[in-house]
Design a protein around this ligand. Sequence first.
Ligand code: SF4
Ligand code: SF4
Length: 477
Amino acid sequence: MAKATFSIGGVHPHDSKISRECAIEQLPLAPTVYISVAQHIGAPSVPCVAVGDKVKVGQVIAEPGGFVGAFIHSSVSGTVKSIAPRADLAGRASIHIEIAVEGDEWLESIDRSDTLVTAIPDDAKAIVDKIRLGGVVGLGGATFPTHVKLSPPPGSKCERVIINGCECEPYLTSDFRTLLEKGEQVVVGAALLQKAMGGVPCTIAIEENKPEAIAHIREVIGKLGYKDMDVMVMKMMYPQGGEKQLIDAVMHRQVGSGALPISVGAVVQNVATALAVYDAVQKGKPIIDNSVTVTGECFPKQANLLVRVGTPLQYIIDYLGGIPADAAKIISGGPMMGRAVANLQAATVKGTGALLFLTEKQTRRAPETNCIRCGCCADACPMGLEPFLLNKLSKAADWEACEANAAQDCIECGCCLYSCPAHIPLLDNIRVGKGFALNAIRARAAAAKAAAEAAKAAEAAKAASPVSSSEAEKSKK
Ligand code: SF4
Ligand code: SF4
């Protein structure tokens, strides 16, 4: 039977899932954690603890800074030592709450038992609220606050929930292990998401290279008996787990430029997020930890570790035996979409899914040559863009033309770069053009909003002014 896949572009990198047999293992607690208040898309959270405060595991330590924001909870028990700027793994500074670990005392409201809670609450709004209170964000990389995604704007309606179990990036295996080891919880999480969206059908999409996970999740769905939930086997193709690509593959619908998945009736959440939803709603456990794949051919001990949020990267690496002598680069995430780690003192965030060690040979780029106009990059682009053109426009700093040619739609998947026989750093250059295009779009939207608000305020002032009202009356006479 043909496997489902998206309709344009895509590439076939080797999957390199060398850590697939590594069961998820609890990482011992670090002596100190550093929890960033800017670890999701949207406004940074606002600390609500002070230096010297004692905190427990699961306690709120920062509150949402806006509608698109998230609660942040302490991942450990101990004493708040500082609230100060600290560099993240890319070297950018953001406020971190430093907590010295003392014991491991959890809030009593968190159910730490192994009992599987399968009953789905009737109240959809209450489910979404528990997700909000649990600080749940998309753990597939985007870290968009989940409760916002589950609150469709007026006029939009969800028709299907898609659970993204593709894990199409090479090397990553934490979602695969989660499906195998926490499959029941993921399926209950999917049922909660179904309920939150009004009882719509749910598809759990898993790539064909994970047959054990496909069989296990099918068995769990059968055992738990949730209605309108199925597993769809996806073709091994990168970027199968891209949100727009997955919607295309599952629902045969295209999300337009700048539009959200809900515009075509879809809500997509990844496997780790479904687990976090289960934890938040059924067990009262906010996001305080996440599974991190630590891998790479040069890394002596492959692992999938359950890591408390805010754990320093150096601590994780030391636990596994230190940096191998032949490692030249560490990537946070996979080789296609991950970002280079610039700072080993940085701490994990909710969205940290992997640390990948690469050798100098694996990272070496072949010398760039001239474009031979082969079109491979355009054939590979899953967004239907023309990477060779965007590259040229971006290098020429022609930002208007970048926007006109939809640089803002680039999902930074790296398929163009992977396909280019001339070894042109297409993604690096297109990313710059995309940034300028998005800035221009946001600036226009902000200006339009400000103008509309000013016009509304002027209108209100006019209506409220007695002078202008009486003058208006006179002029009518
Ligand atoms: S990185 Fe952007 S331009 Fe390149 S293939 Fe992916 S979506 Fe297309
Ligand atoms: S793949 Fe490389 S060489 Fe081929 S058209 Fe694109 S930029 Fe040019």
